[in-house]
Design a protein around this ligand. Structure first.
Ligand code: KIV
Length: 271
């Protein structure tokens, strides 16, 4: 079995091996070349080109407005940077729900035009026909259950999901269904830790959590949140590794001061 540092390119098979070995999988979002290069070179296993780009990059309130072409633009920038990580791209809202033919066309367009390695879809039984059809074309699919932000107007709120027994039961069944379909992994977002652990133990494919506790096979965060670039999102599950919002603002402030005071550029910074 390969060591983490020996891996040339993380594949869906590598993720499966990591689960078998009990080594946790690391996953972060990226939407552009520069961020993807840093994250990839740091040794992340999976880069998610999430539809959270709609919030983080474009400033929308929800993930709903982002289009397939915009996702392809973000994904192809990430693909140009990432040499090691497995790249997963979210199918955006309205490009796969309820119409498996359209779902396959959307997934093919992402794979062809961005060069990414796999796609992620939100939902369980209600989208299983789309999942099956995409898989039948040889495109690896990651599932996403629990809090599914594309359905925010159905939920009405971003609170923890599946706290009640009937929703928890449905989620467990959906995880088994996604595994039986052939998904290579499942993201579980914002559900009780005990439920996420139970799901991770009930399936053979890797389960990656966000706000789903430590009993799963890996963790994913939005990079702008964990780096503290985004300073107005502070859920309980988020660990901030930096306060880049303040650091970057401070650097810009220093630059403005230097320009105004004519300190920049100095003798050595000109031709
Ligand atoms: O779009 C996204 O960033 C996601 C993660 C929160 C899992 O789907």
């Amino acid at each position: 079995m390969s060591k983490h540092s020996d891996i040339k390119r993380v594949t869906t098979h590598v993720l499966q091996e990591l689960k078998l070995k009990g080594e946790k999988i690391s996953m972060l979002t990226a939407y552009d070349y520069s961020m993807a290069k840093i994250i990839d070179e740091a040794g992340i296993d999976v880069i998610l080109v999430g539809d959270s780009a709609s919030n983080v990059m474009a400033g929308h309130e929800t993930t709903l407005p982002i289009t397939l072409d915009q996702m392809i633009y973000h994904a192809s920038s990430v693909v140009r940077a990432a040499k090691r990580s497995l790249i997963v791209v979210d199918l955006p809202f309205g490009t796969y729900q309820g119409n498996s033919k359209m779902a396959l066309a959307s997934a093919i367009q992402i794979m062809k035009e961005s060069g990414a390695h796999s796609v992620k879809l939100e939902g369980g039984r209600e989208i299983i026909e789309s999942v099956d059809r995409i898989l039948s074309a040889g495109i690896p699919v990651m599932g996403h259950l629990g809090l599914t932000p594309q359905s925010i107007y159905k939920f009405g709120t971003y609170v923890v999901r599946a706290k009640e027994e009937d929703e928890a039961q449905r989620l467990k069944e959906d995880a088994l269904l996604l595994e039986a379909s052939g998904c290579f992994a499942i993201v579980l977002e914002k559900i009780p830790a005990h439920l996420a652990k139970e799901v991770a133990e009930s399936v053979n494919i890797p389960v990656i959590g966000i706000g789903a506790g430590n009993g799963v096979d890996g963790q994913v965060l939005v990079s702008h949140d964990m780096l503290g670039i985004n300073n107005d999102f502070n859920p309980r599950f988020l660990r901030k590794y930096h306060n880049l919002y303040e650091e970057m603002k401070g650097a810009v402030g220093a630059y403005i001061k230097d320009v105004k005071s004519k300190d920049f550029p100095n003798e050595k910074e000109q031709y």
